[in-house]
Design a protein around this ligand. Structure first.
Ligand SMILES: C[S@@+](CC[C@H](N)C(=O)[O-])C[C@H]1O[C@@H](n2cnc3c(N)ncnc32)[C@H](O)[C@@H]1O
Length: 224
């Protein structure tokens, strides 16, 4: 088993606020939030799929020795996957990583269209699928396509947890930072709810933005 993971600074994908608060401190807070919001004490008895995983949850789980059954991370940024597949996967069978070459204007402009994908790049079904700060950088078309693909990866009694920028004043969608595509992708709440339902999910809870947990608004969903 791997005991310590040192991540090169250029692979971190979090904001300056998160960096200042600490990757592992915020990682621990968010792992607890995901586990508790989806009805679990921790990650000790569940198979977790983290889409847009970055490096933070892996670093936190390894360095803080967090209980874990299994963790699968999907990323569109190839160097992150190369690093985790080399430094973590061969040393601890609980961790697996997959590269997914899909398009994102901010993170992977050369990638393929998510809507053309037949499946997520992973096998099997998961107890919890989580996405922290990923829908915050997705177009509505990509959000719907991703929600539909993930619907095929959840266990019958599994749960989906994801954060998003929600603005109740907004009817549809607004890419808010001019000149920086998808840096802040805002959704009207009813519009996001309609995408979630269209993709075959039922909303269990909608939760306010929580600065103390370093998270935007977040949804917990079950398969409909
Ligand atoms: C702000 S970072 C958050 C990383 C991690 N979830 C965390 O909270 O530390 C967003 C990540 O999502 C990844 N990403 C964006 N769109 C994606 C997609 N469609 N599928 C998988 N990963 C995606 C980006 O490459 C980036 O690493």
């Amino acid at each position: 088993m791997i005991e310590r993971l040192e991540v090169p600074q250029d692979l971190h994908r979090n904001s300056a606020v998160v960096q200042a608060a600490g990757y592992e401190r915020t990682g621990q807070t968010l792992i607890d939030l995901v586990a508790h919001s989806t009805g679990h004490k921790n990650f000790g008895d569940i198979d977790v799929l983290d889409v847009g995983c970055g490096v933070r949850f892996t670093q936190t789980i390894v360095n803080s020795d967090i209980p874990l059954k299994s963790y699968t991370g999907v990323e569109i940024h190839r160097p992150i996957v190369d690093f985790l597949q080399k430094e973590v996967e061969p040393h601890d069978s609980r961790f697996k990583y997959a590269h997914w070459n899909v398009h994102n204007a901010m993170y992977n402009p050369q990638g393929l269209c998510i809507g053309d994908q037949q499946a997520m790049p992973v096998d099997g079904h998961y107890d919890v699928i989580c996405l922290i700060s990923v829908f915050t950088h997705l177009t509505p078309t990509d959000s719907l396509a991703l929600l539909k693909l993930m619907r095929n990866c959840i266990r019958e009694d599994g749960k989906l947890f994801f954060s998003a920028y929600i603005d109740d004043e907004l009817t549809f969608f607004e890419d808010r930072v001019k000149g920086h595509p998808l840096r802040h992708a805002y959704y009207g709440r009813d519009y996001m709810v309609s995408l979630i339902k269209q993709a075959g999910w039922k909303i269990e809870s909608f939760n306010d933005k929580d600065d103390d947990s370093y998270i935007q608004h977040y949804f917990v969903c079950t398969p409909a």
